[in-house]
Design a protein around this ligand. Structure first.
Ligand code: HEC
Length: 195
């Protein structure tokens, strides 16, 4: 192999490696989450959907393994602004689902054992790619278990399956805006299942 052919061979290997890395990366056409169309979001989800559950489940968490079998409450991921401009989609467990899907605005009381799991996708501007964000969780505890959070337990798993560390107040101080809805904010109106 002469010198030039060798260079060409090396160059084409790096092109292939680059393409493979890109294929894994879930490239996006725009890095502003608010500019993504429904079809952009469908493409992103096709690329990243399986990786999300794989990541969340890495430490063996049972909710991570199961939440996709719960009821999905949105027609697709939405960008609400809160939760770091991520693309968000919420699942409700069997105990939560009937009440949650009413998207009621007054006098809501969720039953004990209700669980909501909200998966998230982050647009990484440097990588020009969609990456897995945390799985956010809310669990309704027994009456009196946590008066300062209206008996909600906030939790989260990082994309590698490890628990997120934060103070309960960090989440609740914002969710308190939806007190009449038992502190649930619900998906964007146009993306609610059944709307
Ligand atoms: C700045 C405000 C804000 C903060 C802080 C916040 N949230 Fe939320 N949260 C929202 C909004 C708005 C929604 C609904 C948006 C959507 O899902 O499209 C939401 C939805 C949720 C949901 C789905 C159930 C529902 O409310 O409809 C869960 C679960 C959740 N948040 C968990 C958390 C956890 C855990 C934290 C803390 C780590 C947290 N949130 C911090 C604003 C906030």
């Amino acid at each position: 192999m002469n010198y030039l052919v060798k260079i060409a061979a090396v160059a084409s290997v790096s092109v292939i490696v680059g393409a493979a890395a890109q294929a894994q990366e879930c490239q996006v056409s725009t890095t502003d989450p608010f500019d993504l169309t429904g079809s952009d979001i469908a493409d992103i989800y096709d690329c990243i959907g399986d990786k999300m559950v794989e990541g969340y489940s890495k430490a063996g968490d049972m909710v991570a393994k199961n939440y996709r079998n719960w009821t999905v409450t949105g027609t697709r991921h939405g960008v609400a602004g809160a939760h770091g401009n991520r693309l968000l989609l919420t699942y409700a467990n069997d105990i939560a689902v009937e009440q949650y899907l009413k998207f009621a605005e007054d006098g809501v009381v969720m039953p004990v054992g209700a669980r909501l799991a909200k998966e998230s996708i982050k647009i990484n501007k440097k990588k020009n790619a969609a990456v897995v964000g945390p799985l956010f969780l809310m669990t309704k505890l027994e009456a009196g278990a946590s008066p300062e959070t209206a008996d909600w337990l906030y939790g989260g798993l990082q994309p590698n399956g490890k628990p997120m560390q934060f103070k309960q107040a960090f989440c609740h101080d914002c969710h308190v805006n939806w007190e009449d809805q038992d502190f649930m904010a619900y998906p964007l109106e146009e993306l609610r299942v059944g709307n």
